[in-house]
Design a protein. Structure first.
Length: 379
């Protein structure tokens, strides 16, 4: 196999599914479909999302798999938080951890998988690249930080998505370091899946993208405050739509939505096409989002947003767009309500402000993919 892409795919998460789609679309323009694959969780819904994609899971690797290039394909694959950090370093080499550590869910996925490493020989890659990757945050001197540092020192190319990740990789002396953007910020992805919409004359539809958060006590504290703000907006005449990017990953919010009898739009590749779900999002005037890719899609749709800072990447994306606000701990309800009121009052100007910021991110994304494509062509 020429290229194997490693990511948090296969969990029916709209953000990670978007990363997989854009990686697939770019690589298939260079390689035949039998020359590349995805190392991730196997899932039935791939039959609808990407039926031709070749999927390899850890259960498949009972013998060594040789690839020309191993790719860490976007997302936040390297991080640790106080409530969910791994407490010990398993008895295995950092090289093996480099290929097999799954950081998407440290307690429910990583630890059970560690037991399977004993029967897996592993992946041997001639070249290793990261593209559109986010790095950190880390609990100081944690297992995850040490593994990430070792991994990024051994990479042949580190194409990262934000300045915080760039600075960290620079301190680790990563080779081939480039400040790119999120994988979704690229011209072909935008042209394939997005259409221009006319800004609302009277913006009153709020899309609230929620996510479960167990990694820190502070990040978890937004739940009740958001529900209180929702009731205030409804009293003010706003239409509020709740959105879940992953039913599997957000059981707490799924229970809250059922208990509160809240109508919600939930991503499921078996019920929506990818483009159809984006079109549903396009009908919303502004977003309040606890998910990083909620902010990314708001930007691509030219919709103002309030980012709920449950973790640092929400602050990073908020800083990148002048049309965004950032709601921080301890999550004052009146502040959030006022942010939405300010967006509505300044809506036309917020829309105008998008172009420069969006052009910058897409230009970085296009250059990042150009470097990546060049690396594949040199194999």
């Amino acid at each position: 196999m020429k290229v194997l892409v490693r990511g948090g795919y296969g969990l029916n998460n709209f953000g990670d599914d978007a990363l997989m789609i854009t990686m697939y679309d770019h690589i298939k323009d260079i390689l035949r479909e039998d020359e590349f694959g995805f190392y991730c969780t196997k899932a039935d819904y791939f039959n609808e999302l990407l039926p031709a994609a070749r999927i390899i899971s850890s259960e498949d690797l009972f013998s060594k798999l040789d690839v020309d290039m191993l790719v860490y394909g976007g997302g936040t694959q390297f991080f640790s938080f106080p409530n969910t950090q791994v407490k010990y370093l398993p008895k295995m080499t950092l090289k093996k951890l480099k290929y097999f550590f799954d950081y998407k869910t440290l307690k429910s996925v990583v630890l059970p998988r560690l037991r399977g490493f004993k029967k897996v020989s592993g992946i041997k890659a001639a070249k290793t690249v990261a593209i559109g990757i986010g790095v950190g945050p880390f609990v100081k001197d944690s297992v995850e930080e040490r593994v990430a540092m070792q991994t990024f020192r051994q990479l042949d190319q580190a194409l990262v998505r934000d300045v915080v990740s760039y600075d960290m990789c620079k301190s680790w002396e990563s080779k081939g370091l480039f400040l790119g953007s999120d994988l979704c910020f690229n011209s072909s992805f935008v042209s394939n899946y997005f259409t221009k919409t006319k800004p609302a004359a009277d913006p009153r539809v709020i899309g609230i993208i929620v996510r479960d958060w167990k990694h820190t006590d502070e990040g978890h504290a937004y739940y009740g405050k958001l529900l209180e703000a929702t009731r205030i907006w409804q009293q003010k005449g706003y239409e509020v739509k709740y959105i879940l990017f992953s039913e599997e990953r957000d059981p707490e919010w799924l229970d809250i939505i059922k208990r509160e009898n809240i109508e919600a739009m939930i991503w499921d590749a078996r019920r929506y096409t990818f483009k159809a779900f984006i079109q549903e999002l396009a009908g919303i005037d502004m977003f309040v989002t606890a998910r990083f890719h909620g902010a990314i899609f708001a930007a691509l749709l030219n919709k103002p947003a309030v980012c709920i800072e449950v973790e640092q990447k929400l602050k990073i994306v908020s800083d990148n767009f002048k049309s965004f606000d950032c709601w921080k701990y301890p999550f004052d309800v009146n502040q959030l309500v006022n942010y939405v009121e300010q967006i509505r009052a300044d809506y036309a100007n917020r829309i105008r402000l998008f172009q420069t910021d969006l052009d910058r991110e897409i230009a970085r994304g296009d250059q990042m993919f150009s470097l990546f494509r060049q690396a594949i062509q040199e194999l």
